[in-house]
Design a protein around this ligand. Structure first.
Ligand code: ADP
Ligand code: ZN
Ligand code: MG
Length: 469
């Protein structure tokens, strides 16, 4: 959308995530949506045989309540499950068990974006239509616990949408309740998009099949432009569901509001109603004790404890392993001023090594940083030592010594080198004495050359200045 556009875009999100509980939502089958062999983790309950009785998975309820606490939402005291009735081969009961009037969590926010509700439901089976002139259904995924989170219409750009999505993904991973890998379909996003000229919201279009944050951004931008174009032509946006075609990079109509069905929600008579405060390990104080650090808390802690650059902090939120290496090394460092220096090496040099970099332990890294700060190694030398540290268990000092990477700071030795260079370069020396400051750089360069790069350039420069002034 152009900057001076009179149109304002509004987006609300509906996000599903498969919870990584041991078993499925209403039966004892293994919860393993990754299972490649079809129809392995199934039983009469998740196959919807008549006469079977579902049993609520307490871990799944707990996971949703933890998410609720982490977003500052209101945990329900009373909650229940409802049947959402519709027909599809991947939903053989003829309904999906979901929550309607009494979600487990209401309200809350993430990065300041308002959340409407978080509820618990079950995933559907997986059907495939691309094998032959028939369709196949795999029930491994049928009955996998699914979180649904709905936001208020509070986003106004595609970037805000992906920022929120990524933060939620991290939150679910930090809490340990979901893997939330979008490519695997463990987290799925639907975006409701509308455009209007004033404060009143326009007609919304729901966009599905967004299986990465990149497609989500592109689909939202495409949809905003499409709607603006329609409105500028004097046409109307029709309320419908559209899919995102990643190949064509376009949204396409799937079904209009007229075809949308009435799900005839009603409380599932097979399941007990929940009085959550009365279930001892589901009450708020018990849950809080189990709650892990959230990305937001980690951000605040990294700022407070280490005073790092915001971009480094964001980097550690997404790259947990590297954040752990930073924190482990930081625990061996006492000077607050050194934390950022350490972090610079982690986010650039260690990060560029990929998984190999994870083998560098905090203690050795911390001693390398001290050597760098004390000018015993140059930044180039430190980079080389880091690489060598991934291949051996030796201490950085030993590596520096054997590789000739220790910088010479011995004044006596370097003074001799400088004196020789001064007597060999009379012309340059007199230029310097006549006020040509850059001549000094030349002399320092000669000194570096004479010591095969092992001299500490700052120390060398100071010696030249002392000898010549
Ligand atoms: P529905 O009744 O069609 O399911 P809801 O009011 O439950 O609609 O909202 C579903 C999602 O659509 C929510 O994420 C909400 O924030 C979003 N939404 C609702 N109205 C709009 C709108 N005019 N523009 C953008 N998003 C909207
Ligand atoms: Zn089962
Ligand atoms: Mg709705």
């Amino acid at each position: 959308m152009k900057k001076d556009s009179k149109w304002k875009a509004t987006i609300g999100l509906e996000i599903h995530a498969e919870l990584n509980t041991k078993t499925k939502m209403f039966c004892a089958c293994k919860n393993d949506p990754d299972e490649k062999r079809p129809n392995i983790n199934i039983c009469p309950i998740c196959l919807a045989h008549p006469g079977t009785l579902p049993v609520i998975n307490k871990e799944a309820v707990k996971s949703i309540l933890k998410i609720g606490l982490a977003i500052g939402g209101k945990l329900a005291d009373f909650s229940e499950f409802d049947r959402k009735n519709y027909f599809y081969p991947d939903i053989p009961k003829g309904y999906q068990i979901s929550q309607y009037k009494y979600p487990l969590v209401s309200g809350g926010e993430l990065l300041g974006f308002k959340i409407t509700r978080v509820h618990l439901e079950e995933d559907t089976a997986r059907s495939s239509h691309d094998v032959g002139d028939f369709s196949l259904v795999d029930f491994n995924r049928s009955g996998v616990p699914l979180m649904e989170l709905v936001t208020e219409p509070v986003f106004h750009s595609a970037t805000e949408v992906s920022k929120f999505g990524i933060e939620l993904q991290h939150l679910l991973q930090y809490l340990g309740v979901a893997k939330a890998n979008m490519e695997k379909g463990e987290m799925r996003l639907e975006a409701n998009v509308s455009v209007s000229e004033d404060e009143k919201l326009g007609t919304k279009v729901e966009v599905k099949n967004l299986n990465s944050f990149r497609s989500a951004e592109r689909a939202v931008n495409y949809e905003i432009e499409r709607q603006i174009e329609l409105l500028e032509k004097g046409e109307k946006v029709i309320q419908e569901t559209r899919g995102w075609d990643d190949k064509k990079q376009a949204t396409f109509s799937q079904r209009s509001k007229e075809d949308s069905q009435d799900y005839r929600y009603f409380p599932d008579p097979d399941l007990p109603k929940l009085k959550l405060s009365e279930i001892h390990d589901l009450n708020e104080s018990a849950l809080r004790k189990e709650l892990k650090e959230t990305p937001k808390e980690k951000r605040e802690r990294l700022k407070k404890d280490y005073d790092l650059k915001d971009s480094d902090i964001d980097f550690y939120i997404s790259n947990v392993n590297l954040g752990d290496i930073f924190e482990s090394a930081a625990s061996f460092i006492t000077s607050k001023k050194s934390f950022q220096t350490l972090s610079n090496f982690v986010v650039s040099d260690i990060a560029s090594l990929g998984e190999e970099g994870f083998s560098i332990d905090g203690k050795r890294l911390a001693s390398l940083i001290s050597m760098f700060i004390e000018n015993k190694v140059s930044s180039r030398g430190a980079k080389d030592i880091i690489l060598k540290m991934t291949k051996s268990k030796k201490e950085p000092l030993a590596i520096a010594e054997e590789s000739g990477l220790l910088q010479k700071s011995d004044e006596g030795e370097l003074t001799k080198v400088a004196e020789k260079i001064i007597s060999d370069n009379e012309a340059v020396v007199s230029e310097y004495k006549n006020g040509k400051i850059s001549a000094l750089q030349f002399l320092v360069g000669q000194g570096m050359k004479a010591t095969s790069g092992s001299a500490n350039p700052q120390v060398l420069r100071a010696i030249f200045e002392k000898l010549l002034n």
